[in-house]
Ligand binder design. Structure first.
Ligand code: NAP
Length: 301
């Protein structure tokens, strides 16, 4: 792990991801001080008590003007909440301060930055850690959340080398592996691999809940239901924001999913054992390869 030279790191939105980054930066001594802004007080009090942060405020305007070269702001709020925050940054933050985020969609942030600044700032380097869980809040944060996980950095093309290297070093410092891609490509890929599975889990659970005999249905729901629907316990507000921000890519993924469901329905209607077997064998082989690769990655191979 490398050590970036960061003076102060201000996390705005001290939830699961922002809180975990704060804890990790502190644990591996990557920053001089960790500051946090959060709209509600209990998370800040918790973080102070736990020694996760050095300084806190409920309003970003209190701390932003004090930051300068060598400092970093990390945006950790739900994706649709970035607009008002970027307006505060444009008003009160030195353009020397590196700005990054942890949001699950990237096109929205870039679009909002363009709207707020009228151009994309050199200091803005968007990022998305592919790590997390269905839990929320700084109370669920932990310092090794990003170890051996990928972080996708989506350069806007206008960032300066200094700011980009600072963000890369921060993520490497907390144990992550960096991938680079454009914001558009990120949203397309994550729309398929993360956002679509959440759509399916939310819709399935909602469907079962709406069935009259739901008690009977859920009574017999077992391991498969539990495995498939774990992510439907995720924060609804966070997912509302992700769905709206990435609605175009998600809608395309849903269309493709519908086409595959239609293929399955055709195979059922024609009682085609061969087509069903082909589909399931392809899926099984893909999932097994994915699990093997994940295990290798975890073992550091
Ligand atoms: P979280 O634990 O629910 O934390 C969200 C934080 O944002 C809280 O500090 C919350 O403040 C604050 N917040 C919520 N709405 C706000 C608003 N309108 N204005 C200002 N602050 C607001 O969520 P999280 O899981 O850390 O997610 C944060 C970001 O990381 C999201 O953009 C998400 O897409 C991304 N992300 C999440 C995961 C994951 O698995 N959870 C993984 C990768 C990326 P209060 O304490 O006052 O509610």
């Amino acid at each position: 792990m490398t050590k970036p030279q960061i003076g102060r790191m201000l996390v705005v939105g001290l939830g699961l991801i922002g809180g975990s980054l704060a804890m990790a930066a502190r644990r591996w001594d990557l920053v001089g001080e960790v500051w946090a802004v959060n709209r509600s007080r209990p998370s800040l009090d918790f973080a102070l008590q736990q020694g996760i942060v050095d300084r806190v405020a409920q309003d970003a305007e209190t701390l932003l003007p004090e930051l300068g070269p060598g400092d970093v702001v990390v945006i950790g709020v739900p994706v649709l909440a970035v607009g008002p925050l970027l307006e505060q940054l444009a008003r009160s933050l030195s353009p020397e301060v590196t700005v990054t985020d942890v949001g699950s969609t990237k096109g929205w942030l870039v679009q909002e930055a363009q709207r707020v600044w009228g151009k994309l700032p050199e200091a803005l380097v968007p990022s998305h850690p592919i790590a997390g869980s269905e839990k929320s809040g700084v109370q669920a944060a932990h310092s090794d959340l990003f170890v051996d996980h990928r972080v996708i950095i989506t350069p806007t093309g206008y960032e300066s080398r200094r700011h980009r290297e600072c963000v890369e070093e921060l993520w490497k410092g907390v144990g992550a592996r960096i991938d680079l891609m454009s914001p558009e490509h990120h949203d397309e890929i994550l729309g398929a691999t993360s956002h679509l599975p959440h759509v399916l889990a939310f819709v399935l659970v909602d469907l079962l809940a709406s069935m009259d005999e739901k008690r009977e249905v859920l009574k017999y729901a077992a391991g498969g239901f539990r495995d498939f629907t774990r992510i439907a316990s995720s924060d609804p507000l966070m997912w509302r924001d992700i769905m709206i921000a990435n609605r175009a890519a998600i809608s395309e993924s849903i269309d493709r999913f519908e086409q595959h469901l239609d293929e399955l329905k055709d195979a059922l209607a024609s009682e085609s054992e061969v087509r069903l077997m082909k589909m399931f064998q392809r899926a099984q082989a893909t999932r097994n390869a994915f699990v093997r690769q994940s295990e290798k990655n975890r073992a550091g191979e």
